[in-house]
Each structure stands twice: as structure tokens, then as C-alpha cells.
Design a protein around this ligand. Sequence first.
Ligand SMILES: Cc1cc2nc3c(=O)[nH]c(=O)nc-3n(C[C@H](O)[C@H](O)[C@H](O)COP(=O)(O)OP(=O)(O)OC[C@H]3O[C@@H](n4cnc5c(N)ncnc54)[C@H](O)[C@@H]3O)c2cc1C
Ligand code: SF4
Length: 504
Amino acid sequence: MTVYGWEDAKGDRNLECDVVIVGTGPGGAAMARVLAEGGKRVILLEEGPHQSRFQKNQANTMRYHMQEGGAMVAFGSAAVGVAAGRGVGGGSLVNSAICWRTKDHVLESWEAVLGGDKRFAPDAMLPVYAELEVPLGIIQTKEAIAGENNKLIVRGARALGLNADLLWRNTPGCVGCGACNYGCPSGGKASVDKNLIPMARAHGAIVQGDTKVERILIENGRARGVVGVVRETESGRAVGSTTVRAEKVILCAGAVGTPRLIQYAGLGDTLGDRVGKGLHLHPGNGIFGLCDTEVRMWTGATQGAYFSDPNLPNVLPHTLTLPPAALLMALGNTGEAAKRDIALAPFIAGCLVMVSDKGSGTVGVTKEGRADLKYWFADEDIVNIKAGLKRTCEVLMAGGCKKLLVPITGAGWTENINDAFAAIEGAAITDYKGLYAAHPMATCRMGTDISNSVIGPNGEAHGLKGLYIADSSIFPTSLGVNPQYTTMAMSTILGRGILADWAA
Ligand SMILES: Cc1cc2nc3c(=O)[nH]c(=O)nc-3n(C[C@H](O)[C@H](O)[C@H](O)COP(=O)(O)OP(=O)(O)OC[C@H]3O[C@@H](n4cnc5c(N)ncnc54)[C@H](O)[C@@H]3O)c2cc1C
Ligand code: SF4
């Protein structure tokens, strides 16, 4: 069965089904699988290319497989680059495949927000996580393909008595090429286009790429379908329009894409004041260590290790894996200094320090339909970033690095950890280089009423019957772990609830 693209969808087309799903990332794929297996006629529409355009090349990835050309920045207390994937598979195509289950205390904290509803309580999530583990092929990164950067992080953290290990990832066939953020050239990553989407298609689901949904149809006060503009993959030229009429409309366009679509479609008022509000990011930045033996941070499993410090529960450090071109960009030098960086590059190790944030922001939309992102750090996030960076300096040194480069404007390589600490402590948030976030979330939250949320615990919008949301925008709080696995688990639970309500 084909994934349809712009060549198949030229001109004006009208389709009908039971459920139309917008977006094919972890949320959309999990929902499609459940509903198609439950006998519903499902159509998925996806803005990104219908076929993968993977190349081991940053510019190519940004153009085809990152939303908004990889150029999203949240302005507010500082400038934070925000990344979200694009294509049939969404973020799972270009993510690092890390699979964490959300901690019980976070899931338990949602029960009150959801008016006592227990459908995402730890006991309810556990079997769904276990069920998804099989098609996703989640395994712990093997030592043989881990690579030196990951091993260095584990070695350094354990030497300091911290908890550290190689990570669990949906990469059953990983050969450790370090290119996950460009797509997986070996096919070893089990992104959702390789499991949940084919499972949905095996039960009749239709997938159409190259189609950006811009309007939501409403009839008699209910959502009744969507209209998408079909664009040629290369030129972006509009070549058609696809209208899908359906009993239910499910938005899974991601924590940027869903509020952007709702507002662009003119439904911001209908769905309430909370659309696009409460953006969390898991913001962070990278820190480098220089070794006197080769590390080659671009080899080995992408982001294949983590450590944690019980004194820093909201700090989430993972290996930083950058291909050479991205590493040179992150070092940010030109001329002679860039030549020196090329020579140093094989000896550089990296660690990314993210925080589970209390700060928050907004996703708006420009009149051209682009996301307009704002984000403000909370003071405690800045305290956590500083503490996390300092702990990571110690881990890198304990792992074998001889020099440190902290992500502060004006800082250079130093052998003296106290100099690194001083640079971190003395910096304002605007002095931090390379602030980055790949986990936008919580922008169309779940809750009990329209004053504090956009959807109810069953996924249906408070303000519009027949419209559901099932992606990373629905979390009631910051998650505290990498979000793809929880997005899939929650979408699976919501899908089963929709089927049960339908049958009732
Ligand atoms: C570089 C990177 C690394 C990451 N690493 C990890 C990791 O290791 N582990 C982890 O758990 N998470 C990771 N993440 C985050 C994770 O990928 C996301 O949280 C997850 O993909 C979110 O799923 P989603 O279904 O909410 O949305 P997305 O995956 O963003 O999918 C939304 C889809 O909708 C499409 N879309 C948007 N608007 C429209 C529209 N109007 N019409 C049609 N289609 C539309 C988009 O093109 C996209 O394909 C990473 C993300 C990135 C970018
Ligand atoms: S590290 Fe390479 S082989 Fe392994 S999953 Fe990522 S891209 Fe695929």
C-alpha cells in the first residue's frame, strides 16, 4: 500500500472517512493504529514529504524534515532554538530515539488536574508502555555500538557515585552511526513510520503526505473535517487541495503545529483562551570536554547515555552527539580558529544538559501561518541549568576530559574547573550560547474546563464537539523525561476511549 504524495493528490479532491488525523508523528501514528485496528476508516494528512529525504546533511534535514525549515526560535528572556520533526513519522524520524517512561509522581500529579480521572495514572500507563515496547523495539543501547562519548559520560558519572547508564532507545537494529538527527541511514531506528503507521495501514488507514491542513470544517456546531493544501515537495508550490469529511477530527500536529493550526484556522476563540499557552520546552544547552585521545562524538549511538544526580531531580543530562558539521557550527568559530577546531574535533566529548522547566511560553501564529514562539525562563530553571552544567563539568573531567568549554559567551577552553564554574555562575541567561529545545509540549493542555485547558480527559475539545487532540501538546505539566514514548502511550489510551465512546 502506498503513502500518497503530491503527485497523487493534484487538483481538488474530496475524501470521506470516519476519522481524519492531522500529523503522523508519535501521537498521530499511535492514534491511527488504535482506530484502524478498531475498524474505523482512518485518513492521516501530513505536511512533510511523503517519502523520506534523508541525507547526512544538516541543511537538507532542516529543509525537508524539520518544521518551519528548522528555524524556529522562542524569544522572551533569551533566544531558544526550538526543533520539531516533519514527515511521515514526525519527530520520530529525526529524534534520538530515547524512550523514557514518565515518572509516577508526574503522572499522579495529573489526577487532580483531570478532576480525579485516572486514565493516565501509573497503573493505567504501565501496560500501555509495555505493549508499545514490542513494536517499537525498545532496547538498551549495546556496549558494542555505544561509542566513546557515551561511555565517557557513564564512566565519569559513576566515578562520582552518580546514577548513569546507556539509554533505552527504539533502535533494535542500531549500528551506532550517530546520525539519528538526520534520519537513520541503516534503518536500525524503529521510528513510527516503520511500526505504528504500517500497523494502521494494514487495517486500511490511508496516509497522504505533502498536505498541510489549514482549515477545520464545522457543521451544526461540530468538527466535520479538514481542508489541506497539497504542495510539491521540492518547490513548495501549491498543486491541489484535499478536503476530508469525517465524523471526528483528531489534531496530532505537535505542540507547535496543533496550536498554530487552531489559530490559523480561526478557531482560537472557539477553543478558548488556553490554546497555545503554557508552552514548556525542556530547554538546555551543550557543554564540551577535550580529551587527549580520540572520542569522535559523531560515532556511536546518538545520545546513548545519561546520568542523574538525586540532588538535581529536574536536571536531565544526556550525551550530546553532533556530526562534524554541527559540532563546528556549535563551536562557532571562523578563519584560523575554525581550522584549529577541525583539528580538535575528534577529541571533543559533549553532554547536553536539559531541565524540566517551570518557565513557560506561548505559541501564536503569524498571518502567513508560521509559528510565533515566546518563552520566559523561571528563576529556578536558571538555577537548575547552572547547577546541571557544573555537575556535568565534573562528570566530563572524571570521564577523562582534560579541558572544558562551557556554553557562555566569551568563555574559552580551560583546564581549570573553577574557571568553568565561575563563567557559569557569572552568566546571565542572555549570555548562554546555543540554548536549544527539542521537546515543545503542553500548549493545548488537558484539564477539566475551558478556563484552564483546551481538551478534557477524553481528548475532546471543551469548545468544539468532534474535535480531539492527541499529541505532545496535551500534557498538563512539563514531563521531566523525553516525550515521544509518553505521547504514544497517551494517544493509545485516548484512541481506545474514543472507540469505547463510539460503541456506547
Ligand atoms: C532533534 C530531535 C531530537 C529528539 N530526541 C528525542 C528523543 O530522543 N526521545 C524523545 O522521547 N523525544 C525526542 N524528541 C522529541 C519528540 O520527537 C517529540 O516530542 C515527538 O515527536 C512529539 O510527537 P507529536 O506527535 O506530538 O508531534 P510531532 O512528532 O512533531 O509530529 C507532528 C507532525 O505533524 C505535522 N504537521 C504539523 N502541522 C501540520 C499541519 N497543519 N498539517 C499537516 N501536518 C502537520 C508535522 O510535519 C509532523 O510530522 C526529539 C525531537 C527532535 C526534533
Ligand atoms: S545511531 Fe545511526 S544506526 Fe543507530 S539508530 Fe541512530 S541513525 Fe540509526
